[in-house]
Write a protein of this length. Structure first.
Ligand code: SF4
Length: 218
């Protein structure tokens, strides 16, 4: 019986992924399907050419897929790491700025709608800036848990799931961390100040999304 239920889940997940991948095509976003986290890692590395400068957005997904660790160990690229704990706060901020001019920017996503729109919200804005313009290649890695019905559901997901969980991760003193709801706070530690809605790409070779058949990231 369990096997029967597993098959139903697999069919649902595959159909959902196929719907989103088809929607990406129309939006000039290059969709990829990764059946496992390991496959997402392999595909992400293949999309990063030798000799590139590479930077990343803050992302639990990249950690959980082993992508951040792989970037740190690739000796054929220059990794501009905005989150290197050995760097001072000023150096980390400088690397966020440098990341906007990297050849490749890789990150996770807060939400992806069923019709292929990416919705992301940042505290500082460096990730959403790089997603919008700058790096000539962008790679987004997103688990199927990030798929929502529409833009409104995406914002709800950010307010009620992504923001509270990331506030917990980053030890931010914000009300959503306790209530799991957004209070449109004025906390100095507010995690969500800049939102982007990416509907389409002008350059069909710029933007890649790897959909991982797993629940990964916040
Ligand atoms: S505005 Fe404040 S309360 Fe709302 S999600 Fe962002 S950090 Fe949390």
């Amino acid at each position: 019986m369990n096997n029967q239920y597993t098959k139903i889940q697999e069919t649902f997940d595959r159909t959902l992924a196929e719907q989103v991948l088809a929607a990406f095509e129309w939006r000039k976003i290059n969709g990829r399907y990764a059946p496992t986290r390991a496959s997402a890692l392999t595909q992400a590395m293949e999309l990063i050419p030798e000799g590139s400068t590479v930077s990343q957005g803050g992302s639990v997904t990249l950690d959980q897929c082993g992508i951040r660790q792989a970037l740190q160990h690739r000796d054929d690229i220059t990794f501009i790491d905005p989150y290197d704990p050995k760097l001072s706060r000023e150096q980390q901020l400088m690397n966020r700025r440098k990341g906007l001019l990297a050849d490749v920017f890789i990150t996770g996503a807060n939400a992806v709608t069923r019709d292929g729109i990416l919705v992301n919200r940042d505290g500082m804005g460096n990730r959403v800036a790089a997603l919008s313009f700058g790096p000539s290649r962008v790679i987004v890695v997103a688990g199927l848990n990030k798929i929502v019905d529409d833009i409104e559901s995406a914002i709800t997901r950010i307010d009620q799931v992504a923001s509270p969980m990331n506030c917990e991760r980053l030890d931010r003193d914000t009300p959503c961390r306790e209530t799991l709801r957004c209070h449109d706070c004025i906390s100095a530690e507010r995690i969500c100040s800049v939102t982007t809605i990416i509907e389409r790409q002008a350059d069909p070779n710029r933007f890649y999304v790897i959909l991982v058949n797993d629940s990964v990231g916040f």
